[in-house]
Design a binder for this molecule. Structure first.
Ligand SMILES: Nc1ncnc2c1ncn2[C@@H]1O[C@H](COP(=O)(O)OP(=O)(O)OP(=O)(O)O)[C@@H](O)[C@H]1O
Ligand SMILES: [Mg+2]
Length: 471
């Protein structure tokens, strides 16, 4: 890559991330770096002090490091950008799906890039111009497999999104309950109602700046010019350029595995240090006026949703519970006989499709497919479910673990007015913990005579008994 190409790429990356192009001094610093000049020489040529050049350069390296997700400095700047340009650009045309790697080439920007396109870029753009406009970026969405039931959930979600202008929506529920599968079905049914449909997983905990860059690349590939706005309009989006696209186009944006940007060891809803801007994005999506919908799939209700949601509000949440009798189809698929006992197994494993798949495999492997032998055992056998539950359990705060362990030891559901014995929790701390466990779908609520009682699913009780002893 020649100097112009490297500068053009740096300018695009900075623009996508901040909405601003490189200013003159930043460009001079990058050009000087590529020519091997010292900061003192760059300062002389730009008629400013060396200290000022160093300050601006250090901010620029920090920004580029954030955008690329790895350290960028004076010594490795060219190499890093060449790596990005040559190794991460890839095409995957697959029916209506296209995905591009880490770099964006935003050809239709209304803030037209200052530097000319490189030959590789031209090739990409020419290719894009001959293809039909591709506006569904679903490479990270799992392929639809066999899918049972969820008719009422799908009807509710469609009503909210298509008819009640829901802007921010969380589908939350315990591990394996079917959040991703349900959202994938939903997308298949409603994707043609939108200008853009984009699915991203947060499983690798990308910082928001990186995620934003990636998503804006998709908009650019779909031929969406960067929205032009007045400074006042720009100010309302709080420096989050993604919001401008959501305002300008009708988008369905799905973020899966959102719990991965939440912190561990604390009550539900806090963000990992450095990830708090996700909360700002979610709040802004809920509060600003637009026709897009951001769907969050998570083990826990995001705090912003809990604060903003309401029947007449554009912010909603759906707690996903188990499948009913339809879960029997999963057992049929796994070759289990004794149909009359299926409902007992489904009840014990709370209709959780993944739990049922795991346990059905175990029944085949260890009990020769005999459901009655399995159910006659006094202990609820967890097998591979233990390692599945480790991850959500290890994310809990110590007080949540203690309260769950106490709930596991109760023989009957307990009223909220009962305070755990032998625990150093005030009443208000206990209520907070219960609310947090509820937001993680880890406690079950039972209404009886207008009073609320709480209990744990049998699988969780068994997990607690065998895997946790309070200190
Ligand atoms: N309605 C359904 N019909 C048939 N299979 C289903 C259904 N829902 C989920 N499954 C299957 O159950 C398994 C778990 O589903 P999925 O991955 O959607 O759960 P999840 O809630 O997203 O889990 P995680 O919390 O780990 O992200 C998958 O194999 C999926 O295909
Ligand atoms: Mg999932």
């Amino acid at each position: 890559m020649d100097v112009q190409e490297v500068l053009k790429l740096a300018d695009d990356l900075v623009f996508i991330n901040t909405g601003k192009h490189l200013d003159n001094l930043q460009e001079v610093i990058l050009r000087g770096t590529l020519q091997g000049l010292k900061y003192s020489k760059i300062a002389d040529e730009s008629h400013c002090t060396e200290g000022h050049v160093k300050d601006i350069a250090s901010e620029l390296w920090k920004l580029l490091s954030e955008v690329l997700g790895e350290e960028v400095n004076k010594a490795n700047f060219r190499v890093r950008l060449e790596q990005v340009k040559f190794s991460n650009l890839w095409w995957n045309f697959n029916k209506d799906i296209v995905q591009i790697g880490e770099v964006n080439f935003c050809e239709n920007s209304s803030h037209s890039p200052k530097l000319p396109n490189s030959p590789i870029e031209e090739e990409v753009l020419n290719k894009a111009n001959t293809e039909p406009k591709v506006r569904q970026f679903l490479a990270e969405m799992p392929k639809s497999g066999i899918f049972y039931d969820r008719t009422s959930e799908l009807a509710t979600l469609k009503q909210w999104i298509l008819h009640e202008n829901t802007r921010l929506l969380a589908i939350h529920g315990i591990v394996g309950i079917g959040k991703t599968a349900l959202a994938a079905q939903l997308v298949q049914q409603i994707k043609n109602e939108f200008d853009f449909v984009i699915w991203r997983s947060l499983a690798t905990s990308p910082p928001l700046s990186i995620l934003q860059t990636n998503i804006i690349q998709f908009f650019c590939r779909g031929g969406a010019p960067v929205p032009a706005h007045s400074p006042e309009e720009g100010a309302t989006t709080g420096g989050l350029p993604l919001l401008e696209y959501l305002q300008k186009y009708r988008c369905l944006l799905i973020l899966d595995d959102v719990q991965m940007v939440n912190s561990s060891g604390q009550l539900a809803g806090d963000y990992k240090p450095g990830y708090e801007d996700y909360g700002t994005l979610f709040r802004q999506v809920g509060e600003l006026s637009h026709n897009s919908c951001l769907v969050l799939l998570s083990w826990e209700t995001p705090r912003e949703i809990a604060a903003l949601e309401g029947k007449n509000q554009p912010v909603r949440s759906l707690q996903l519970n188990g499948l009913g009798g339809e879960a029997g189809e999963i057992l049929r698929e796994k070759g289990l006989a004794e149909h009359e006992k299926w409902s007992e197994l489904i009840e014990q494993y709370r209709g959780n499709p993944l739990w049922l798949k795991i346990v059905a495999t175990m029944i085949q492997d260890l009990f020769n497919g005999s459901l009655s032998d399995f159910l006659s055992d006094d202990t609820l056998f967890l097998g591979d479910l233990e390692s599945l539950l480790d991850q959500p359990f290890n994310r809990l705060s110590e007080s949540e673990k203690q309260v769950m362990s106490w709930l596991a030891s109760q023989t009957a559901p307990v009223s909220i007015s009962k305070l755990p014995e032998n625990m150093q929790l005030s009443r208000s701390q206990f209520l907070k913990v219960m609310q947090s466990l509820g937001r993680r779908s880890l406690v079950e609520k039972i209404l009886e005579d207008e009073r609320t009682f709480f209990t744990l699913a049998p699988v969780l009780k068994e997990y607690l008994k065998t895997n946790y002893s309070p200190t």
